[in-house]
Write a protein that binds this ligand. Structure first.
Ligand code: SF4
Length: 269
């Protein structure tokens, strides 16, 4: 019995030491607090090796009719068709397929990644990659956002074929589709995930690790400026799970900003 008590005491001390180390690490990242609920725990513990989730339920976009031409859903439907036939850049001939953005017009949050990374067969429903999408939806769940509240898209709408590396020309050619998506969706906030999305949307050449966590503003022509949060791509978080704590801080900032703009909208409405 004495031995058992001793063992418990030793493991308790070791657990407390681990906990203290973990807290110091988080403090160094600037994380002061986070309410741990089941969804947050699932995101922080997710390693990408569990069962994949496909929570998308937004469904196909409605066909466009002449009277609807200017509405968000009709613009998105037209864009999907256009992207499917696009040959604007050198990715077109060897691409595995096209992956247009998904989600409803009017989504409060738009998430932008780089491109859909898939092997052999291209499934247009896989937005970032099979494991990356699971991580993405866990991130959204952690801030209480359902798939029908989020529009997800990429800088490049083609899923590159084997050996194809998208260059700057491809990125710039494809960017016009993103601008049109932003105009059609009119999100309250944009989350740019990963180096490419941040470089294309944020007018600042500092590395992502320095830009993340701070809101920038995205504005284009006559569009109202939209707050944009740079953060890590789910692919990077799968490879570097220790950075999920920092990403969690960015997600909390997004949640806070959405709540704030929702309250302001209710007050003015
Ligand atoms: S990457 Fe974009 S611009 Fe290039 S072919 Fe695909 S859809 Fe067109």
């Amino acid at each position: 019995m004495r031995e058992l008590v001793q063992l418990d005491r030793d493991s308790l001390v070791s657990t407390l030491q681990d906990l203290r180390q973990q807290l110091r690490f988080q403090q160094a990242l600037g994380i002061a607090d986070y309410p741990l609920n089941e969804d947050v725990r699932r995101f922080l513990e997710f390693t990408g090796v569990s069962a994949r989730i496909r929570p998308r339920s937004a469904g196909p976009l409605p066909p466009s009719g002449p009277e609807e031409l200017m509405t968000g859903p009709a613009v998105l439907a037209a864009l999907q068709q256009e992207i499917g036939q696009c040959t604007l850049c050198r990715l077109a001939p060897g691409r595995q397929g096209t992956v247009p953005g998904q989600g409803p017009a009017g989504s409060q949050l738009m998430v932008v990644g780089d491109w859909s990374s898939q092997e052999q067969v291209c499934n247009p429903e896989i937005l970032f990659g099979p494991d990356e999408d699971s991580m993405l939806w866990r991130m959204m769940e952690a801030i209480a956002l359902r798939p029908e509240e989020v529009y997800v898209t990429n800088i490049l709408k083609c899923c590159p074929g084997a050996g194809q590396i998208p260059d700057q020309e491809c990125q710039e050619s494809c960017f016009s589709y993103l601008v049109r998506e932003i105009g059609a969706v009119r999100p309250r906030l944009i989350c740019a995930m990963g180096d490419l999305a941040v470089r294309m949307l944020v007018d600042n050449l500092e590395p992502l690790v320095r830009l993340r966590g701070r809101f920038a503003m995205y504005s284009f022509q006559s569009m109202d400026a939209i707050p944009i949060m740079p953060t890590f791509h789910p692919r990077y978080l799968l490879a570097n799970p220790e950075m999920k704590k920092a990403a969690w801080k960015d997600l909390q900032a997004i949640r806070g900003r959405l709540d704030q703009s929702g309250s302001l909208k209710r007050l003015s409405g």
